[in-house]
Ligand binder design. Structure first.
Ligand SMILES: Nc1ncnc2c1ncn2[C@@H]1O[C@H](COP(=O)(O)OP(=O)(O)O)[C@@H](O)[C@H]1O
Ligand SMILES: [Mg+2]
Ligand SMILES: [Zn+2]
Length: 510
């Protein structure tokens, strides 16, 4: 006797169809699971036995073999408990044959109830793409799964409830589609609270408009953290497509709130400088996403930038460049997206006061140099916009003059983003920061004097090719903010000024 049930497996973000085949033949009672199962899958034997016993369901007499196909792919996790149980119930005649367009996934608890699993969104998307019409999964995962169009989601409380449904067709109905009403920026703090700091605000506006990485440098208390926290308030609302991408990462990481399962705001991940490289870019034996992927489509904020382990900072280079990260392990490699806007903040020196007009720096030049050069050139090169944040004078702070609100800034940012959306329609590029070298000349037309300024700067500043391209992309964003199709000299000059800390600090303390 033979039965077959559809399920899905997961490795990183990659879900794949799995067929659970169960077979019973005469002989001494045995129970085997084959097809590259990991330890968690092997344990499901014990759970299924216990559940069957608890529910007084007779597990089949004879030699029972369960095969997870395709056998060439490693099966990880506890989601196969449910499809194995269903295959066995079918084999034992406890439920009728389940239809080919249904899939099952879920972990069983010993009392027969279903426990939630991670990565449901990716698996249900794959189920739908493979033509499946119905999916049965733990009730706590149902709302998350319901956002996928074109497939009915049945949230199952426990095995008896599912048996009842499979036998009588009653007791469970498809989960209503979850539609979050808010895709908003409303939880963020507002730029209206920040007095003065006009050049920093302008730099952050350009950064948000083109999703450019940004570094803020200034003494303690100058407002760097305050400014950083407000960046998401001037970024365009997350789109549904972006939300689905980001939610898949949170789902795999087991960080979903079952009652509000979609990530409906751009993430803002503030990471402590004690973070390891695994914590920051991901890893582990079954590779988990790191903070940079949890910040996908949002902001990765690294405060006290030079306090990070230098090796950890270096690992950021490739992911920042590519917008995704591949983690290779013996069992295979995993790719996680990490299209983030990096926001870094730092003091200029160990005591913090170098360059401060009011307080005196107590560091030696070599201490200042060593501190700055914890940020290597290649890392610095990947930060398009650098801005010095000077401490406000007392009267600037005390006179609480009304400041521009985040909503007003966002209006300009949104306009620049709309121009970019049109420019990049039909491509996978979402912002100027991701312009690829094959189209950069075409999408960044320069006026003659702008061209001259850029080539002069290239020679006099000794720019690297990467820095050159990045200046051009920032100039593109400056032009978009002014609704100019062609890039003018003023835009190039603004973009170059955003790289001035390089020379003022790093070059002077080499
Ligand atoms: N421009 C500003 N407008 C209003 N308050 C400010 C400003 N700059 C600093 N502050 C106040 O000083 C505090 C410290 O700023 P913070 O952002 O933590 O500085 P930093 O990160 O540069 O050390 C803020 O929480 C805020 O109360
Ligand atoms: Mg701070
Ligand atoms: Zn100092």
């Amino acid at each position: 006797m033979f039965s077959r049930v559809n399920s899905l497996g997961l490795f990183g973000l990659n879900a794949f169809p799995v067929t659970v085949e169960a077979n019973v033949s005469a002989g001494q009672p045995t129970f085997d699971v084959v097809g590259l199962p990991d330890a968690a899958v092997q344990e499901s034997k014990a759970r299924i036995r216990a559940v069957m016993g608890h529910l007084k369901l007779k597990l089949l007499n004879g030699r029972v073999t369960v095969n997870l196909a395709p056998a060439s792919v490693k099966k990880i996790g506890s989601m196969f408990d449910l499809p194995i149980a269903v295959a066995l119930m079918e084999l034992g005649g406890l439920v009728p044959r389940v239809s080919d367009d249904a899939a099952f996934m879920g972990e069983l608890s010993l009392d027969g109830s279903l426990a939630p699993i991670n990565g449901v969104l990716s698996m249900v998307i794959t189920a739908m793409k493979n033509g499946l019409k119905r999916v049965f999964l733990p009730v706590e995962n149902a709302r998350e799964a319901s956002v996928v169009e074109g497939i009915d989601v049945y949230g199952v409380r426990d095995l008896p409830q599912l048996m009842d449904f499979l036998v009588h067709g009653t007791g469970i109905s498809p989960e209503p589609k979850y539609e979050p009403s808010v895709f908003s920026n409303k939880h963020y703090e507002d730029f209206a609270d920040v007095m003065g700091q006009y050049s920093a605000k302008k730099a952050l506006e350009v950064a948000a408009a083109g999703a450019h990485n940004v570094l803020m440098l200034g003494p303690p208390g100058s407002g760097k953290s305050m400014l950083a926290k407000r960046i998401p308030s001037i970024m365009p609302k997350i789109t549904f497509e972006e939300s689905i991408e980001t939610t898949q990462i949170y789902s795999v990481a087991g960080m979903i709130d079952p009652s509000a399962p979609l990530v409906c705001e751009r993430p803002f991940r503030s990471v402590s400088h004690t973070a390891s490289s695994v914590g920051l870019i991901g890893g582990g034996s079954t590779p988990r996403p790191g903070e940079i992927s949890l910040a996908h489509n949002g902001v990765l904020f690294l405060d006290e930038f030079p306090e990070f382990d230098r090796k950890v900072l270096e690992t950021l280079r490739q992911p920042l460049e590519n917008g995704d990260i591949t983690i290779s392990r013996a069992i295979g490699s995993v790719n996680y997206p990490c299209d983030v806007m990096l926001v870094a903040a730092m003091n200029p020196c160990p005591c913090g006061n170098f360059g401060n007009p009011v307080k005196k720096c107590t560091c030696t030049p070599s201490q200042v140099g060593a501190y700055l050069h914890k940020i290597s050139r290649p890392v610095l090169d990947r930060i398009d916009i650098q801005v010095e944040v000077k401490p406000l004078k007392y009267d600037e702070l005390a006179v609480r003059t009304p400041q521009e609100s985040s909503a007003e800034i966002l209006e300009r940012v949104q306009h620049a983003r709309d121009i970019q959306a049109k420019r990049f329609s039909g491509t996978s590029i979402r912002s100027n920061s991701r312009i690829t070298s094959d189209i950069i000349a075409e999408v960044c037309p320069l006026e003659n004097d702008a061209k001259k300024l850029l080539s002069d700067a290239f020679d006099s500043l000794g720019l690297s090719a990467r820095a050159y391209d990045r200046i051009l992309k920032v100039a593109r964003t400056c032009a978009d903010l002014e609704d100019s199709e062609i890039i003018k000299k003023s835009h190039v000059s603004q973009a170059i000024s955003f790289r001035s800390l390089d020379r003022k600090y790093w070059d002077n303390f080499s």
